[in-house]
Design a protein around this ligand. Structure first.
Ligand SMILES: [Zn+2]
Length: 596
């Protein structure tokens, strides 16, 4: 489940990414062809300046207005020539929630179009709050049942209006699974709580957990528990200088024996930290609900051999986590040239043994890390460290760093609703599956199933080829008018199904020993273009043509544009994107009128 960090629209992320953009380091690579165009810091600044000027020059299309200020979050230079700048917006100095936009330019920096979140002009009726910051913080603390930080004035444009509001981070908020932080937005005029959103992202939604509980299912997946005889990595290598990059051997719970790149810090001391992947590291939260990676206990070994393939070693789960995180980084790096989850050359962090008897795994945007519970010992018997769980959750981190797709509604239990949130869940499943294909581990054969290692009675949690075979979350196969208010995991089936059809086509197909039989709306036949091209289309659409409010019909337009960029408007690939969406009942003809 996705828990967006709305506060990222505010100061911190904006300031840091603006700096990295201007330093020329935050350029997302194209999905195909040469990975990266050479670019000096100067030319990146030039592109940002041109995009900003174009946004104001084309105000009727972009919706920016007097008093708006645009800060760059990402700059993309495509080798084919197009330039794209993702902006967040402030209005009279106040961050605009739902004010994000991507300005598209040609190679010669001429304006070619915009992808925008708010489709209205952002203009608050008043800039004078009726509530004081302290009153807003008190309301937020009461709503989220925790300790409120400072309240910041913002403009909330997410519902089509321009409400003057306060945004407050509340720590130690009471949530269903664990205590964590929440972002609460309080109307600065009426005092109404406009949204109350958890900051971390749970793999298993409160709704699903209650369904499983009602079923009385006990989930105890088989693990690999036979470490290879005599495996001790390269710990015997003699070195005089430390730290040193070395290769060890991990005995995981779910993926067998795997090589791990680690750090040797002394003659017989190794740390589960990978210097070749920006210092990506897994630590032990020691049963605490730590959301601060620095507070985690370093995982060390005297022989560079890690875990024993069973939960009797605390390190086994850490092997799965570190393996999953590094495979996810490698998938994004080798496929798209992405340098880390946020494309900022920083490592990813994970903590295992998070909390006491927690049956979940989280992407925590506050921590910037993955948190893995051990299971509750009753319903979930094992830690939730499977490879596709990690690929799914870290993809939420990639979405947070790009389109920032937001749910339209969060209920009191933390369940989320709405098409942009559903699209976020779907992208997490699509790229999570791709991490499995990339890793191609015989102990975890790649497929289009999600959560097949969890040990659920239906053998998977979700699946991309025929989403409605899932009976736990009620995932749907096709779009309808009611999808707009569907729970996000259930709704994810629409675009996951479209992706599968684009990649593999409709009908019966056996891939890697798994039988698929993907249905279509009105029984049309779709012939797939292959997983590699389908994934390139979706990644390009995510990074360039999606924003926080992108719904399924917008996603259709985004992927069509991406296919046009990559393969041409008349290409088979372009036509198949259109067919794949049509086959899940998302068409130009049934595009809803603007909702606001
Ligand atoms: Zn999710």
């Amino acid at each position: 489940m996705h828990r967006p960090h709305i506060r990222s629209v505010a100061v911190a992320v904006v300031a840091t990414t603006a700096v990295t953009c201007l330093a020329g380091q935050a350029l997302a690579a194209p999905a195909a062809g040469p990975n990266r165009t050479a670019s000096s810091a100067g030319s990146t600044a030039l592109v940002v300046a041109a995009a900003r000027a174009a946004a104001f020059a084309h105000a009727s299309a972009t919706g920016v207005t007097q008093g708006d200020e645009l800060r760059p979050e990402d700059v993309m230079l495509d080798p084919e020539g197009a330039r794209h700048v993702r902006f967040v917006r402030t209005h009279q100095g106040m961050p605009v929630l739902g004010g994000d936009l991507v300005v598209h330019l040609s190679r010669s920096l001429a304006y070619t179009g915009v992808t925008r979140s708010a489709d209205h002009t952002v203009k608050p009726a008043t800039t004078a709050p009726k509530l004081t910051a302290a009153q807003a913080a008190a309301k937020a603390a009461a709503a989220a049942q925790g300790t409120a930080g400072a309240a910041q004035l913002v403009v909330d444009a997410r519902d089509g209006g321009s409400a003057l509001a306060y945004q407050v981070r509340v720590d130690g908020a009471a949530t269903s699974e664990s205590t964590g932080s929440r972002t609460v937005v309080v109307d600065a005029v009426t005092g109404e709580v406009r949204s109350n959103t958890p900051d971390s992202d749970e793999f298993l939604s409160p709704h699903l957990l209650s369904v499983l509980h009602g079923d009385g299912q006990v989930i105890d997946p088989a693990t690999y528990n036979k470490p290879p005889a005599g495996s001790f990595g390269s710990g015997t290598a003699v070195a005089n200088t430390f730290p040193k990059t070395v290769t060890g051997t991990g005995s995981s719970l779910f993926v067998g024996s795997v090589p791990l790149t680690t750090t040797q810090t002394a003659r017989t001391t190794y740390v589960l930290k990978d210097p070749t992947r920006y210092g990506t590291e897994t630590r032990d939260a020691q049963g605490a609900e730590l959301e601060n990676f620095a507070g985690g206990k370093k995982i060390t070994s005297s022989g560079n051999a890690w875990g024993n393939g069973a939960t009797s070693s605390r390190v086994s789960a850490a092997v799965d986590a570190q393996y999953g995180v590094t495979k996810t980084l490698d998938f994004y790096g080798k496929t798209f040239g992405r340098k880390g989850i946020e494309d900022n050359s920083k490592g990813a962090q994970a903590m295992v043994h998070f909390g006491n008897k927690i049956a979940n795994a989280f992407w925590d945007s506050t921590c910037g890390c993955m948190l893995y519970g051990d299971g509750d010992g009753q319903q979930f018997k094992k830690p939730l460290v499977a490879l596709d769980v990690t690929g799914h959750e870290l993809t939420h981190g990639v979405v947070d760093a790009t389109a920032k797709l937001e749910p339209t509604f969060v209920d009191a239990w933390g369940n989320q609703y709405g098409e942009p949130g559903s699209l976020n869940e779907s992208l997490a499943d699509i790229f999570g599956s791709n991490v499995e294909f990339f890793a191609n581990n015989a102990k975890n054969p790649p497929n289009y199933l999600i959560g097949e290692k969890l040990g659920l009675a239906q053998k998977f949690l979700r699946r991309l080829d025929h989403p409605s075979l899932d009976k736990l979350e009620g995932t749907i196969d096709y779009w309808s008018a009611s999808t707009y208010s569907t729970e996000v995991h259930a709704g994810s089936g629409v675009s996951s199904h479209a992706y599968y059809l684009l990649a593999e086509g409709s009908g019966k197909k056996t891939i890697g020993g798994v039988a698929y039989d993907s249905p279509t709306y009105h029984n049309v036949t779709v012939k797939g273009i292959g997983r590699t091209k389908a994934t390139a289309v979706f990644y390009r659409a995510l990074t360039r043509y999606m924003v926080s409010s992108t719904d399924f019909h917008d996603a259709r337009v985004a992927t069509l544009q991406a296919a046009k960029d990559l393969y041409g408007a008349g290409s088979t690939e372009y036509k198949t994107v259109d067919q794949a969406w049509g086959a899940v009942n998302v068409t130009a003809a049934n595009t809803p009128a603007a909702r606001n």
